[in-house]
Design a protein around this ligand. Structure first.
Ligand code: 5GP
Ligand code: ZN
Length: 180
């Protein structure tokens, strides 16, 4: 792990330092109000903010309450290695502002997050020159395989057909009429 993290070091140096911020406090206040109404119970932490029962693991990572391996950071986004490492260099890019999924982005936040993806992809490619491809995946809601409800984009480097990553696109062309 350490060996390939070292490959990112050239990139870390370029990333601006984290500004002190707690970007999620307003979100959590509103979430707490909503969850209280729905479930009648919330967990309160001693951070000057209220957190819901469903404490956000990625906010904690962004706030350095949980450790992570940083790949890139600036004022708007934090990118870090996915703990599962589906393939070596598998990275998650999160907005520092808590949004649950793509449906909660406004245009400004979307522009900020998605504009940074190519730069982070190039950093991963530079760190892992043996990469043969890259899948970019953004799961939204449980049915679509979202398991952490702070929006994130997966960057999954591809090394070979046998690198243990698959996507299945069913072919239902027979159902396609070409008409509106
Ligand atoms: P999702 O299924 O929501 O699209 O992806 C969530 C991802 O978050 C998973 O790939 C999972 O491995 C990753 N993940 C969950 N908890 C942690 C954690 O504590 N640290 C890191 N680095 N990744 C995590
Ligand atoms: Zn969050």
């Amino acid at each position: 792990m350490q060996a390939f993290l070292a490959r990112f070091s050239h990139f870390f140096k370029k990333a601006p330092l984290l500004k002190e911020q707690l970007p999620c406090s307003d979100f959590f206040k509103e979430e707490t109000r909503r969850k209280k109404a729905k479930y009648g119970k919330v967990e309160v932490l001693d951070q000057g903010g209220f957190f819901t029962m469903e404490n956000c693991i990625f906010c904690k990572i962004n706030n350095r309450e949980i450790p992570s391996y940083k790949v890139y950071e600036d004022e708007q986004v934090y990118a870090f290695l996915d703990i599962s490492q589906v393939t070596p260099g598998h990275t998650l890019v999160i907005p520092k502002t808590h949004v649950t999924d793509i449906f909660e982005y406004d245009e400004t936040l979307a522009a900020a997050v998605f504009a940074r993806i190519p730069k982070i992809a190039r950093a991963i490619e530079k760190a892992f020159p043996e990469i043969e491809g890259l899948n970019i995946i953004n799961n939204n809601k449980e049915l679509a395989y979202q398991s952490v409800f702070h929006s994130h984009v997966h960057l999954i480097p591809r090394y070979s057909k046998d690198d243990d990553f698959k996507i299945h696109f069913g072919n239902h062309a027979d159902n396609y009429t070409g008409k509106n």
